[in-house]
Design a binder for this molecule. Structure first.
Ligand SMILES: NC(=O)c1ccc[n+]([C@@H]2O[C@H](COP(=O)([O-])OP(=O)(O)OC[C@H]3O[C@@H](n4cnc5c(N)ncnc54)[C@H](O)[C@@H]3O)[C@@H](O)[C@H]2O)c1
Ligand SMILES: [Zn+2]
Length: 362
């Protein structure tokens, strides 16, 4: 009994934020606990697919609280959809002091977090992440990101939840591409931690997919690495910038392919591309080769997806981190440490990007 109590005690991670401390609780009975604690002042925002696939476990939650069900897609988090969400919640009787409860992946998270930041000038929110990406990465760090037209994540806030509850059991219904998308973000934080941490997760890569306990271990490790950076720099003004490793290129790839590639897989390609570009610019050698096998395995099946170069460069230029002619890139240095680099948007850079997308990626 005591060993259960001990493991439960260690299955919590406290995160400090500007709005106070909140906890990530690991509990395989997350949905049962949620059902037991549901109150009339809770409004559930649920991923429609999760509600279907986990209907039996969620029945007690979804029949006891007002529900807003969302078909998760990038357009679902675009600004013009918010009219409908707000009208729905107001019709349900939402008031100040009520709580939003998000059950879903990064899309439902971004929608709920943005609503929690703005609706009635702010309401609390809780999060039950159901994708690996949300469990291992996005559930901490306070950010909400909303799309406006083709401008991805252009609106946003820093609005931490009051609690996060993770049950890895829910991941059993996730498509393999979404598992690999989440692994992409886990690989990213481990790369940021340093070459030794990356090499360790790379060696365990084949076991992550088939072993729930290994998966859970890496979810916890990933959050522990991210926690340090978000507590140091919650508002992303300095040290936290490195979390964008693979993202400058990844976002541009997502945009140029109209989101045909899941986020974390685009980020996986983005890391390999960042390493390739860093070598082409003479900043580092050997690190692409070291990291590529696991990255390549993780984006397998997407190595030929056409990424139109002009659309890619246009998306790079829209990235909010850049200034007129210089780009802010997150690249490995000679030791394989991931850092922020200012790079002119010159012919050399563009040639390296083109070469990567057109041949070196595969
Ligand atoms: N705010 C942040 O800090 C942050 C960080 C990273 C990513 N994001 C955003 O998150 C989004 C991507 O998140 P995501 O990968 O979680 O995508 P998602 O929420 O779209 O989920 C991916 C797919 O999995 C389905 N799904 C969810 N849970 C499931 C389950 N348990 N079983 C079966 N299917 C399930 C969804 O319906 C969807 O089809 C992007 O918009 C990205 O910009 C936000
Ligand atoms: Zn990401």
């Amino acid at each position: 009994l005591s060993s259960t109590a001990d493991s439960r005690a260690s299955d919590r991670l406290a995160i400090q934020s500007h709005a106070g401390c909140y906890e990530v609780v690991f509990d395989e009975d997350a949905f049962a606990l949620l059902a037991a604690g549901i109150e009339p002042s809770h409004h559930v925002i649920v991923d429609e697919r999760v509600a279907e696939l986990h209907g039996a476990e969620l029945a007690a939650v979804l029949t006891r609280a007002p529900v807003l069900s969302i078909h998760a897609s990038e357009t679902a988090k675009s600004l013009d959809r918010f009219t409908g969400y707000v009208e729905h919640l107001v019709a349900q009787g939402i008031r100040r002091g009520h709580t939003l409860v998000a059950i879903g992946g990064g899309i439902v998270q971004d929608i709920t977090c943005f609503l929690a930041a703005t609706l009635l000038r702010g309401v609390p929110w809780h999060f039950y992440p159901t994708t690996l990406l949300a469990q291992a990465d996005s559930c901490i760090g306070s950010k909400s990101s909303i799309n406006v037209g083709i401008l991805k994540n252009i609106l946003g806030t820093f609005t931490p939840p009051q609690r996060v509850v993770v049950s890895t059991r829910v991941l059993r219904t996730l498509d393999e591409r979404d598992i690999r998308s989440g692994i992409g973000e886990m690989l990213k934080v481990h790369a940021i931690e340093g070459p030794a941490a990356f090499d360790r997760i790379a060696a365990d890569y084949p076991r992550i997919l088939g072993h729930a306990d290994v998966m859970r271990d890496y979810i916890q490790r990933s959050l522990a690495i991210k926690k340090v950076l978000v507590e140091l720099d919650e508002f992303d003004r300095g040290p936290r910038n490195v979390m964008n490793y693979g993202h400058t290129f990844g976002h541009a790839i997502e945009s140029a392919t109209s989101f045909a590639i899941p986020h974390g897989i685009a980020v996986t390609i983005g890391m390999d591309m960042a390493n390739f570009v860093a070598e082409a610019l003479g900043r580092t050698t050997g690190h692409r080769e070291r990291m590529r096998p696991v990255l390549r395995a993780n984006f397998d099946g997407y190595e030929q997806t056409p990424v139109p170069f002009d659309a890619f460069m246009a998306a790079i230029m829209r990235d909010k981190k850049h200034r007129d002619t210089s780009l802010t890139l997150i690249l490995p240095d000679a030791e394989g440490r991931i850092g922020v680099v200012t790079q002119p948007n010159d012919d050399r850079f563009q040639l390296a990007c083109r070469e990567y997308l057109e041949s070196a990626r595969a």
